[in-house]
Design a protein around this ligand. Structure first.
Ligand code: GLA
Length: 389
């Protein structure tokens, strides 16, 4: 199956170079780390180097986490030629890229199609070609492009006309895509415009490898679960080279319980979402490591078919989601969003072909065989993630 997928992607790539650039850099959802959720505006070069070191020493790189993404607040001023420079927190971006690359990792950066970023730093408006060239010269491998102040420009130019607003926004994102293509260095291109104008419908054609589908996540059960469970229905837009992005991970930041973080990791893996850790990697507990580095769960996310899960059944706060994996196997998630433990009937009527099949419980490692008499106890804010053996 892997070979067939590679062949199909190769053929599409030969016909359309834009498609080739997209699929090659994100055949499976990007994995790595991003500075924003933990460090926010305070991030420095030292923090990014420490994150790169920790990706290697913790084993995360070898589990697939290879992007080291600097979010907002690295930007300095432009010089007389319009070339962007870093600020004092990032004295040597090329040196940092070389360091990150020497560790077998890739470096990501952040900008905005507007004149300023969300944190008020210099954006790329009117300087797209120069910026893409600068990123390529530094050795950047990933760009997150965040709408921010471009929203004001859209409002000025489109007034209340939603179609016009959508086309102005799309043109701005395409412009940077073209600039990246001209700069000649393959980069993952991540749209961040919070799911406006049904971006999943046009993002891939405008050059996106991934597109945020929502506003910002936070390290709280209510926000994480609202965002994650809301992704149902978007599954048809995801696939190799182009992914829905429900935002970065909060695992290890301290605002949720172990069980809630397992739901976070399981749900993102079911959704074929990018796995961008958002915690301080230099200070991880064994629990955080075990959640982020559960190889079975990562494999669900990184399955080469790239099928995003869909909701199969819901009753109040109880949900069953299913995802097809390569090799004809399935993975089923029993989610309990409720405030008390719940004894699930496995609902074999909707999973009929899976009657009597052996599953691996991906969090406990136990084997489970489902039949009509099975009961599946799932804790409050918890998940039972079962993969066909
Ligand atoms: C927006 C984005 C966040 C982060 C910040 C940085 O809020 O959605 O992910 O990049 O901007 O300012």
């Amino acid at each position: 199956m892997k070979k067939i997928c590679a062949l199909v992607l190769g053929l599409l790539g030969a016909m359309n170079p834009l498609f080739a650039q997209r699929s090659n850099v994100s055949a499976t959802p990007p994995m790595g780390w991003n500075s924003w959720n933990h460090f926010a505006e305070k991030v420095t070069e030292a923090d990014v180097r420490a994150a790169a070191d920790a990706l290697v020493s913790s084993g995360m790189r070898d589990a697939g986490y290879v992007y080291v993404n600097i979010d907002d607040t690295w930007e300095g001023k432009r010089d007389a030629q319009g070339v962007i420079h870093t600020n004092d927190k990032f004295p040597d971006m090329k040196g940092l890229a070389d360091y990150v690359h020497s560790k077998g990792l890739k470096l990501g950066i952040y900008s905005s199609p507007g004149p300023s970023t969300c944190a008020g730093y210099e954006g790329s408006y009117g300087h797209e070609d120069e910026d893409a060239r600068t990123y390529a010269a530094w050795g950047i491998d990933y760009l997150k492009y965040d709408q921010c102040s471009f929203g004001d420009i859209i409002e000025q130019q489109a007034g209340g006309d939603q179609d016009k607003a959508a086309s102005i926004q799309r043109a701005a994102y395409e412009k940077m895509h073209q600039a990246i293509m001209k700069a000649g260095r393959p980069m993952v291109y991540s749209f961040c415009q919070y799911g406006l104008y049904a971006v999943w419908q046009w993002g891939p054609d405008a050059g996106a490898n991934l597109w945020r589908t929502t506003g910002d996540i936070s390290d709280h059960w209510d926000r994480m679960s609202l965002i994650g469970f809301d992704q149902d229905g978007l599954e048809k837009f995801a696939g190799p080279g182009h992914w829905n992005d429900p935002d970065m991970l909060e695992i290890g930041n301290g605002g949720m319980t172990r069980s809630e973080y397992e739901v976070h990791m399981s749900l993102w893996a079911m959704l074929s979402a990018p796995l961008l850790a958002g915690n301080d990697l230099s200070k991880m507990t064994p629990e955080t490591k075990s959640i982020l580095m559960n190889r079975d769960v990562i494999a669900v996310d990184q399955d080469p078919l790239g099928h995003q899960a869909k909701r199969l059944w819901v009753e109040g706060p109880m949900e069953i989601w299913g995802k097809d994996l390569s090799g004809g196997r399935r993975v089923i998630a029993y989610f309990n969003r409720g405030e008390a433990a719940f004894d699930f009937d496995p609902r074999l009527s909707i999973l009929a072909p899976l009657h009597g099949v052996r599953f691996k419980d991906l969090w406990s490692g136990n084997t489970i065989v489902l039949n009509e008499k099975s009961r599946l106890l799932v804790p409050r804010h918890g998940v039972l993630l079962l993969r066909q053996q």
